[in-house]
Design a binder for this molecule. Sequence first.
Ligand SMILES: C[S@@+](CC[C@H](N)C(=O)[O-])C[C@H]1O[C@@H](n2cnc3c(N)ncnc32)[C@H](O)[C@@H]1O
Ligand code: SF4
Length: 334
Amino acid sequence: MIDPQAHRQSGLIDPFNRRIEYLRLSVTDKCNLRCFYCLPKHFKGFEQPAHWLDFDEIERVIGAFAALGVKRIRITGGEPLVRKGLPELAGRLNVLAGVSDLSLSTNAMLLSAHARALRDAGVSRINVSLDSLRPGRFEAITGGKLQPVLDGLMSAKAAGFAPIKINMLALKGINEDEFEDMVGFCLEHDFTLRFIETMPMGTPGRNASQHYLDLNTVKQRLAQRVDLIPGVMPGGGPARYVQVKGTELRIGFITPISQHFCATCNRVRLSVDGTLYLCLGQDHKFELRPLLRDGISDAGLQEAIYAAIALKPERHEFNENPGQLVRFMSMTGG
Ligand SMILES: C[S@@+](CC[C@H](N)C(=O)[O-])C[C@H]1O[C@@H](n2cnc3c(N)ncnc32)[C@H](O)[C@@H]1O
Ligand code: SF4
């Protein structure tokens, strides 16, 4: 017999003794871009709207996680800003008891219009994907225009978001001649820069593997141009940071392939259809939507969450088994 009180005191601990306190919430699997490593150009198999968790359902699930010790929520997608009413949802999540950090990952295409409302709703931090500062190259990578993204970034800055983090996938033969330019751009605008290794998620991710770059080499290369000193970034997470000496610029390296960080993984992912994915790189999952729509009690929902966390695998197997994952990044919520 499960003792709910004992659970509440210990929080969510997975079978490998990792405390789960971070949830990435995908509010849509749709996107207004088509980054070649993420979402196939002609993909049509998006989740049907009847299966999307509505705002009440999302609020209920996040509230249940927060009551069990999940403090940090990152809204993502697909592109989260294509979901109508996102600032309203953010406002509802921000006031849930136990939620202390609400953040957003976005491609920034629609950020200009929403930056102020998101800030007012309580979103504290924003990550923006930006793989190139060259309009033609940006379009070749994403299928979209660069200018709205730059406008969105400036709007986020004007609205007071800090830090704003730029996420740049390091892609051999595509943008490797732009790393120094991106350092300069982030220095100029007070952004934090994070480089990310490409992962073999689904067909697009596997196709992108030919452009994989080990970030250790990127770091060594940057160190020849700028003086890098050990750095930290509040909030933890998988990035390992350095700082450019004499500046406030921090540069993070996210290395899921060359140096995975599964031993300290503290997160789970909830997709738009209410599937809880226990690992970005594995298929272990738990369906919450049927339970919600069958009228599960609050206590029952908490027990379901415990049962789900018990399924969390030890680590991804991108290196040993790069072909195993069918779903691609935009489906899971990156
Ligand atoms: C799926 S997107 C969702 C949020 C938003 N649309 C954005 O682009 O920031 C989140 C992150 O996943 C990253 N991503 C997508 N596919 C990837 C892959 N195959 N390998 C590594 N990162 C990937 C993107 O670069 C982006 O930074
Ligand atoms: S990385 Fe983000 S912006 Fe690019 S296709 Fe995937 S979800 Fe869309």
